[in-house]
Structure formats: structure tokens, C-alpha cells
Design a protein around this ligand. Structure first.
Ligand code: HEC
Length: 133
């Protein structure tokens, strides 16, 4: 009986860490100069921020969270952390880089090409600037 207990405890101790595997940190995501240096054609005015906000809430907040912290309702089911959109790693990227990543996606980040117009993606990029701490 005692050996059985010891076996069971050893079993649990070895396996549990594999079952609750932590979320992966996103790998570097290089963007070509063409997109990196692309000029944002949509002015960051009130209309753009408003349009961006409603699109963000509809399409993005479920993963990225309402305030961009990566804590949306679906976030716990993701293998990759969706990133902290309030911090410098994200905010120091150019508008073009953010546009590229939203349009083309990667891995668990869906691509919005064909689902959102370029103008709407720029509106969302503009809105995500308001997350800056
Ligand atoms: C199903 C969950 C999910 C949804 C919905 C989603 N994303 Fe993502 N997003 C991710 C994940 C996961 C990553 C990290 C991907 C990686 O690095 O491999 C990511 C990364 C990003 C990045 C890059 C962040 C960085 O730090 O460089 C941007 C920009 C982005 N998403 C914008 C958006 C926008 C805009 C929308 C809505 C139009 C959206 N995402 C919807 C999961 C999601």
C-alpha cells in the first residue's frame, strides 16, 4: 500500500508540470522594411479612433483584452501570449509593423486580410495607440 502511494505521488509530481505548461512567449516577428516604413494613410482623428475602437472590441478584445493587456476571455486557451499592447515592445513598433501583423497574422494570431479593409486595419492601429501607458 505504501509503495503504491509513493508511486502515485511521484507520478503526480512528474506529470503535473507538463499538464500546466506555461504560455509561450512570442518569438521575434520581423517585418520587412516595405511595411515597417509604410506611412499610415489614416489620420488619428476622433472618427478614426471611434471606428477603431468598435472594430477592436468586436474582433480583437476576445484575445488581446479590452485594454490591450492580452487578458481577453480567449487568452487562457492560447498557447502563445498575445503580447502586452500597452508596453514599449509593442508601442515602439511603427504603425506599418502593427498594420502588417494585423493584416497577415501568424500562428494563433488570425489574419484579417480579406476580412477587414486596409482602412479599417489602420483605424484599429490608430486606436491601439491609445493603450500606451
Ligand atoms: C484568437 C486570438 C486573437 C485574436 C482574435 C486577435 N489576435 Fe492578435 N495576436 C494573437 C496572438 C496569439 C499573438 C502573438 C502571435 C505571435 O507572436 O506568434 C497576436 C499578436 C498580435 C500583434 C503583434 C503584437 C506584438 O507585440 O508585436 C498585433 C499587432 C495584433 N495581434 C493585432 C490584432 C488585432 C488588431 C486584432 C483584431 C483585428 C487581433 N490581433 C485579433 C491572438 C489574437
Amino acid at each position: 500500500m505504501k509503495t503504491l502511494k509513493i508511486l502515485l505521488v511521484t507520478f503526480i509530481i512528474t506529470l503535473v508540470p507538463f499538464m500546466v505548461k506555461a504560455q509561450e512567449k512570442p518569438k521575434p516577428w520581423p517585418v520587412s522594411d516595405e511595411y515597417k516604413n509604410m506611412k499610415n494613410p489614416v489620420e488619428k482623428n476622433e472618427a478614426s479612433l471611434k471606428a477603431g475602437q468598435s472594430l477592436y472590441i468586436k474582433h480583437c478584445a476576445s484575445c488581446h483584452g479590452k485594454t490591450g493587456l492580452g487578458d481577453g476571455v480567449k487568452s487562457r486557451a492560447l498557447k502563445t501570449f498575445s503580447g502586452d499592447l500597452t508596453g514599449p515592445d509593442y508601442q515602439n513598433q511603427t504603425d506599418g509593423e502593427q498594420f502588417y501583423k494585423t493584416k497577415f497574422g501568424r500562428g494563433e494570431m488570425p489574419k484579417y486580410e480579406g476580412r477587414l479593409s486596409d482602412e479599417d486595419i489602420w483605424n484599429i492601429v490608430n486606436y491601439m495607440r491609445t493603450f500606451k501607458k
